[in-house]
Design a protein around this ligand. Structure first.
Ligand code: OOG
Ligand code: MG
Length: 255
């Protein structure tokens, strides 16, 4: 087996067995191209088990996230049906290694979107927008990684929860939001934290996924990135995001 498939299998097994694995490239020597190839191969394993591709997630699109994780390049990951968690439901803590949650905004597309598009072109492809939560769960010990390593690990993707779909005619460039755990707001932020406007994250998603030969499709979801630092989650907690004008999304973690 070549190195790409071997690392993909290791990361996929770590995710399925909910146990941490050692960093494999702590000097950051792996090229970004190879890192994305590992990511592609690991998603292939999910697809081979019957999961469907449902979209794309963006990472490090806010300063808050860049500072928290010590990395400053925008990255992207692949979303599959097995990662989507129904809004308002209860999830098992045991499926995770050491999960964190972050508030995001989600797009769903009504038509394909590929290549170098302008912000108005990107907006014209959007069917709806929603408040959303992403559960990130690095497969590396202590949630520590280099840039190629986190790319290989599908940008720490583990789960995502999408709230009520709303009209994209709402001006969503600067909506206030809070990330709440057990009703207490732990993080306060704005959608403007995402590259100045969340549409810029969608523009980047269209460019990067087309470059990878997997252009954004009608019906796909794009998660624009964490607007605040992520918070650890623990069994028994109720987690929600409240977003100005768009409403809320939430989930429970079972005891
Ligand atoms: C990497 C994933 C980053 C975001 O929204 O910025 C990300 C991580 O923080 O583990 O999902
Ligand atoms: Mg995220």
């Amino acid at each position: 087996m070549n190195m790409i498939d071997e690392v993909a299998l290791t990361l996929d097994s770590a995710a399925r067995e909910a146990r941490a694995t050692a960093q494999f490239d702590s000097d950051g020597r792996l090229s970004l191209e190879d890192a994305y190839e590992i990511q592609r191969a690991s998603i292939q394993l999910r697809v081979a088990r019957g999961e469907r591709r449902v979209g794309v997630k963006m990472g490090f699109t806010s300063r808050a996230k860049m500072v928290q994780m010590g990395l400053s390049d925008v990255i992207w990951g692949r979303l599959s049906s097995g990662m989507q968690i129904e809004e308002g439901t209860a999830i098992d803590y045991s499926r995770f290694v050491h999960p964190r949650v972050e508030p995001e905004i989600a797009f769903v597309l009504k038509r394909p979107l590929a290549g170098d598009v302008s912000a108005p072109e990107a907006l014209a492809a959007v069917e709806a927008i929603a408040p959303a939560l992403e559960i990130i769960d690095s497969r590396y010990q202590d949630f520590k990684f280099t840039l190629p390593e986190v790319i290989a690990d599908n940008a720490s993707s583990s789960g995502f929860v999408v709230g009520p779909w709303c009209s994209p005619c709402i001006d969503f460039g600067n909506l206030g939001l809070t990330l709440n755990i057990d009703g207490r707001p732990l993080q306060i932020g704005s959608t403007a934290a995402l590259l100045g406007h969340p549409l810029r994250s969608l523009v980047a998603a269209a460019r990067l996924s087309a470059q990878a030969g997997e252009p954004l499709q009608a019906g796909w979801i794009v998660m624009a990135g964490g607007a605040t630092p992520a918070e650890w989650i623990k069994p028994g907690q109720h987690v929600s995001v409240d977003m100005e004008r768009l409403g809320s999304a939430s989930f429970h973690v079972k005891r």
